[in-house]
Write a protein that binds this ligand. Structure first.
Ligand code: PMP
Length: 380
């Protein structure tokens, strides 16, 4: 199998599976129990936070909230801040290319706030110019993903805080870094107040994520109960999942430069090969994470291409795995004002640590075959 759908999810590292197994069978105590078994489990959580904290400068371990994934981290960021600002009101800013776990959460508050969207440029980027032209003094919350999960483009998140400062606006800045995690450096507290990450995009198990919270940022909980995690996220902590997240992060960040170089080599090769085919259009523009390449073959609908490649044992996605549950095509590509024929034929190729350059060769050959099969061009 040639798995090129790593933006949807990734295989679990043996080290991450072993860490989870250990937490399930050895350190299985409840971290709230005061006895030794409980304290051993509590230490697993402590170690997990210690591993995560240096990955984003300026945050502290006590302010990392472990969640059930990126969706919950995003929901907590949005609802946790906005619940506390309902009386104040004001404007909420987010990009038109956010993941549904941000957009849908913001929609829940549309009665109380003025909601403003940053629009991407033709390349899919949310630029500093767009951010600066839209932000207003009454901003209370800004959410902008660092890397887009469908195209891989990197947005100008470092322009938000300076623009807010110039306006004299006191807004909380959140970044969904699920697609950025493990591909580019996470932002620091100089640029953002809240960061969401997810485990299953970096070779940890599914159903675990984290919200980094800058010291002093006021959040209201969205899950109530026994008061775990400083009452910010009640419920017995998922110790095995946290252990797997930390183990995967440890392995990945031990050689982050090496990992990035590998992504770059795969991306550059794929881009160069596919660009040489006159029937292929590249939808990813620079700067990008180098982990995602979005391309279209006009005339071959996305689903048809995905199935054709599957028959060759190559796995890619039409747009994103999440948007396929909702139908209606990619909101991201629509926001980019991509022509209809490119939108309908877009596929997302996303690299992972297990991929080899030979996977890219196989993909290139299969796309050429698809074009010949569907008579988009003559076989070369
Ligand atoms: N944000 C982005 C950018 C994503 O790609 C995803 C996963 N598709 C999420 C949030 C949600 O993360 P999770 O699957 O861990 O809930």
């Amino acid at each position: 199998m040639i798995y090129l759908d790593n933006a949807a999810t990734t295989p679990v590292f043996p080290s991450a599976a072993a860490a989870a197994m250990d937490a399930m069978t050895e350190n299985y105590g409840n971290p709230s129990s005061i006895h030794k078994a409980g304290q051993a489990a509590k230490k697993v959580l402590y170690d997990a936070r210690k591993t995560l904290v240096p990955l984003a400068r300026g945050f502290s371990a006590e302010n990392i909230i472990l969640t059930s994934g990126g969706t919950e981290a995003n929901n907590l960021a949005v609802a946790g801040v906005l619940k506390g600002k309902i009386r104040q009101g004001g404007s909420v800013f987010l990009s038109a290319t956010e993941h549904a776990s941000v957009t849908e959460a913001v929609k829940e508050f549309s009665k109380y706030f003025n909601i403003v969207f940053f629009e991407p440029d033709r390349g899919g980027h949310i630029t500093a110019k767009e951010i600066e032209s839209k932000l207003t003094k009454d901003a209370v919350f800004v959410s902008l993903m660092l890397v887009n999960n469908e195209t891989g483009v990197i947005n100008d998140i470092d322009s938000i805080k300076p623009a807010l400062k110039r306006l004299g606006a006191d807004a909380v800045v959140h970044s969904d870094c699920v697609a950025a995690f493990g591909k580019v450096a996470l932002p620091s507290t100089a640029d953002v107040d809240l960061i969401s990450v997810s485990g299953h995009k970096i070779n940890a198990m599914k159903g675990v994520g984290a919200l980094y919270v800058k010291c002093g940022v006021k959040l209201k909980p969205i899950i109530f109960g026994g008061g775990q995690q400083n009452a910010m996220r009640s419920g017995t902590e998922n110790v095995p999942a946290a252990a797997s997240l930390a183990a995967a992060a440890k392995e990945l960040f031990a050689d982050f430069d090496g990992v990035k170089a590998r992504y770059e080599a795969l991306y550059d090769k794929a881009r160069k090969l596919l660009e040489s085919l006159d029937f292929v259009r590249i939808n990813t523009s620079e700067p990008s994470s180098k982990a995602v390449l979005n391309v279209s073959v006009p005339g071959i609908p996305s689903e048809v291409m995905v199935r054709f490649l599957q028959d060759k044992d190559i796995f890619v996605s039409p747009a994103s795995a999440c948007s396929s549950n909702k139908g209606g095509g990619s909101a991201v590509l629509a926001a980019m004002r991509l022509p209809d024929e490119l939108r309908k034929s877009a596929v997302r190729i996303s690299f992972g640590r297990q991929n080899e350059e030979s996977d890219v060769d196989a993909l290139y050959a299969a796309i050429k075959e698809a074009a010949a099969h569907f008579r988009i061009c003559e076989a070369k």
